[in-house]
Design a protein around this ligand. Structure first.
Ligand SMILES: C[S@@+](CC[C@H](N)C(=O)[O-])C[C@H]1O[C@@H](n2cnc3c(N)ncnc32)[C@H](O)[C@@H]1O
Length: 249
């Protein structure tokens, strides 16, 4: 069972919004443009499920690509995040916990989706592979695609924190999910899988910006903020490589 401080940090709407602003400002390559360019083709009439939609970054992209025959269902644990996504007649929003398969099944009913997308979210589920299999069996259309995107081991900011303050196993599990859990699963269960890698760098303007960014993540959840700033000041690094991996299967 994940600890409460970790759950609060990963579902906080305010922290997510601030993180997205900081990401947009610091990233060398625009993550969203890369993500949308690599998405599998889908029709204007497609039905799309966005798992862990947060404040709707990808949901809004999908909505802009479909017509009134299609539809987007956006699911997140945070009602506050869902509320921040503007209403749209092509959009249905559900507050639900990935860990409660039964609730998820009841909310989605008999719907089948052409794309099931999850961007930087599905690894917060305690049993992510079971969840993927459940969603695939009941909610993915026969020719549909699962699209899962998340971090890789190349995450210099998190590695820096771990090197100094030690590991938080809950966070490491999420950072490692794509390479340690998802890829081996996909390789042994699917004949085809498209993989895309984005090698990016976050470039911050000051130590204050790094520390503010960290305050909106779970990476430094249990670290004293004064100790953290002292360390960041002594370390002086403002650029951190990070890689995103997208799996389509
Ligand atoms: C890093 S955010 C990504 C949001 C969005 N996809 C984006 O890229 O902006 C992860 C999202 O997963 C949601 N989440 C975390 N644990 C969850 C759970 N157990 N069930 C449902 N959603 C969850 C959080 O509330 C958060 O909105």
């Amino acid at each position: 069972m994940n600890s409460q401080d970790y759950v609060d940090l990963t579902t906080s709407s305010g922290k997510l919004s601030e993180r997205l602003v900081a990401n947009a400002k610091s990233q060398s390559i625009n993550f969203s443009e890369w993500l949308y360019a690599k998405m599998p083709d889908f029709l204007e009439s497609s039905r799309i499920l966005d798992l862990g939609c947060g404040t709707g970054l990808q949901t809004n992209f999908f909505l802009s690509q479909i017509n009134n025959v299609g539809g987007v269902v956006a699911v997140d644990a945070s009602q506050e995040s869902l509320n921040s996504i503007p209403d749209d007649k092509k959009l249905t929003k559900f507050a639900a916990d990935f860990n409660n398969f039964q609730e998820m099944g009841a909310l989605l009913g008999r719907k089948k989706f052409d794309i099931i997308n999850s961007t930087y979210a599905i690894y917060y589920c305690e049993r992510p592979i079971e969840f993927i299999e459940f969603m695939r069996e009941y909610f993915l259309a026969p020719e549909g695609k699962f699209v899962i995107t998340g971090p890789t081991w190349v995450h210099e900011l998190y590695s820096l924190i771990v090197g100094e303050f030690g590991e938080n196993t809950e966070i490491t599990k999420t950072i490692n999910f794509m390479e340690s859990t998802l890829l081996p699963y996909v390789r042994s269960n699917y004949q085809t899988c498209d993989l895309h890698i984005l090698n990016n760098t976050s470039v911050f303007g000051s130590i204050g910006e790094v520390s503010q960014f960290l305050g909106n993540t779970s990476y430094a959840a249990r670290i004293d903020s004064l100790e953290l700033i002292k360390f960041l000041k002594s370390n002086k690094v403002l650029e951190f490589r990070k890689t995103s991996l997208m799996a389509i299967f």
